[in-house]
Ligand binder design. Structure first.
Ligand code: SDX
Length: 432
């Protein structure tokens, strides 16, 4: 039963152009943009819209999946703090949680893991498709294309209103991401593709498909655990750029493979998931701790970006960066310390004490330290964003699944402020 909004739950707007006042309900800290359309100067007036480039202050949906508090540096999946999930859960259990809203019991988890494990293979034509890329194709370009191509093998995936069809595609997308990601890596090395080994855990299987050559690959359990934690940390992050792309493309009722391919494309950008690759290139370019002051002057002069720093939502430490920094110690205990760590730690120390960064509330984000771990695992920088995509797949499909079932959602189609020329007549070429 909806209660009538009290004064405390309404906004009174006075349009000074007409002297008219309007009462607009407030709910969940928002007003409905469409409630502004009634504010007109005359009947011919379209009515007021909001103008919000890059959606700096616009809620696009209602979601129960992930909660962020940017000022407090809080991240929760379905109410569970990321710190507890990273310490106590597994990536596939977190994927179940994101999709179903509750942690699975042992029977549910067993069934879920079996379903994922039994769908790690892809059609043989996908293998030949991936062999068609140039030898030096960027793995994200290969992943983006392969995910889109995957949808052509499951024509019934467009039956998105059928929960059983949605469930099957969700299983396939989560299960096949590591296979496609590992094969993109193997293609870039000119090495034969390694098929999934369904006797291994999800993350172990990924490492084997990446690194097995000539003999059975035995992954160090400490490295498997560290990578599983990294996947957990990347699993979802509410309405980030790539998830918004998945939701927007999915709102046209296209199949989920095409929607997720749009997410992979958005993630590819250096301001988003591509930042982890850019961080490593930045650290290599800085080269030594002694070069940091000159680099920082370039950042403050606006000639550089301190990649891996800053966030649209977190105006405090990204809680994921804290966990990843700790995971570095576990990985380096096995692999040896990545020499770039000292540059990253010194960069962070200087930045956190520099007015430029303090004033702009710029802190390390999820991408600042993750690349150091990936590199220590033997994964090249070109593959870092593929790692992000594998981790983010459960979040993308959970958000897509939520959007499909949201009765309020329709095809996503923003308006614009037109700034072009007024109507004018065609001019014959001889008169131009
Ligand atoms: C991810 O949204 C998500 O949740 C994303 C993500 C997820 O899990 O999905 O968390 C993953 O994408 C993390 C972000 C990875 N990107 C980077 O590390 C690239 C470097 N960071 C920036 O480009 C930037 O901080 C963004 C893109 C992350 C956020 O950009 P905003 O919110 O649009 O902020 P802005 O660009 O308007 O910057 C505000 C000010 C500007 O200075 P002024 O114009 O006010 O003088 O801060 C400055 C910016 O120049 N600034 C930086 C900076 N980030 C912002 N200056 C130097 N180095 C930086 N990294």
């Amino acid at each position: 039963m909806t209660t009538q909004p009290t004064n405390a739950e309404t906004l009174t707007i006075t349009d000074n152009r007409t002297g008219q006042s309007y009462e607009v309900p407030i709910s969940d800290g928002t007003i409905r943009a469409t409630d502004l359309r009634q504010i007109k100067t005359d009947d011919a007036d379209f009515g007021l819209m909001t103008y919000d480039p890059a959606y700096m202050n616009t809620a696009s949906c209602r979601s129960a999946i992930t909660f962020l508090d940017g000022d407090a540096g809080v991240l929760q999946y379905r109410g569970y703090p990321i710190e507890q999930l990273a310490e106590k859960s597994t990536f596939l259990e977190v994927a179940y949680l994101l999709l179903n809203g509750e942690l699975p019991n042992s029977g549910q988890l067993g069934t879920w893991v079996d379903e994922i494990t039994n769908h790690t293979f892809v059609h043989e034509n996908v293998r030949t498709f991936m062999e068609g890329f140039r030898y030096d194709a960027h793995p994200m370009g290969m992943l983006l294309s392969a995910i889109g191509a995957l949808g052509t093998y499951y024509p019934n995936a467009v039956e998105i209103e059928d929960p059983a069809v949605r469930h099957m595609q969700i299983i396939r997308l989560i299960a096949k991401m590591p296979t496609l990601g590992a094969w993109a890596f193997r293609h870039s090395l000119g090495q034969p593709f390694v098929y999934p080994d369904n006797g291994l855990s999800y993350t172990e299987n990924f490492l084997a498909m990446m690194f097995q050559i000539g003999k059975k690959y035995e992954a160090d359990p400490r490295l498997v655990k560290a990578l599983d934690i990294l996947f957990i940390l990347h699993a979802d992050h509410e309405q980030n750029c790539s998830t918004s792309a998945v939701r927007s493309v999915g709102s046209s009722q296209v199949d989920p493979y095409s929607s997720v391919a749009a997410g992979v494309a958005a993630l590819y950008g250096p301001l988003h998931g591509g930042a982890n690759e850019a961080v490593l290139r930045m650290l290599r370019r800085i080269g030594t701790v002694e070069n940091i002051p000159a680099f920082m002057e370039g950042v403050k002069a606006g000639n550089e970006r301190l990649m891996g720093f800053g966030h649209r939502v977190y105006k405090n430490y990204d809680p994921r960066a804290t966990i990843i920094k700790k995971a570095c110690d576990d990985v380096f205990a096995v692999t040896g310390v990545n020499p770039l760590l000292s540059i990253a730690v010194e960069l962070e120390k200087i930045a956190l004490n520099d007015e430029y960064f303090i004033k702009r509330k710029l802190y390390p984000n999820v991408d600042f330290y993750s690349g150091l771990i990936y590199e220590a695992l033997g994964i090249p920088a070109e593959m870092f964003t593929v790692m992000f995509a594998i981790g983010r797949a459960p979040g993308w499909v959970a958000q897509w699944n939520e959007m499909i079932q949201d009765k309020e959602q329709k095809i996503s189609r923003p308006r614009q402020v037109y700034t072009g020329p007024a109507a004018r007549d065609y001019v014959a070429i001889g008169s131009r």
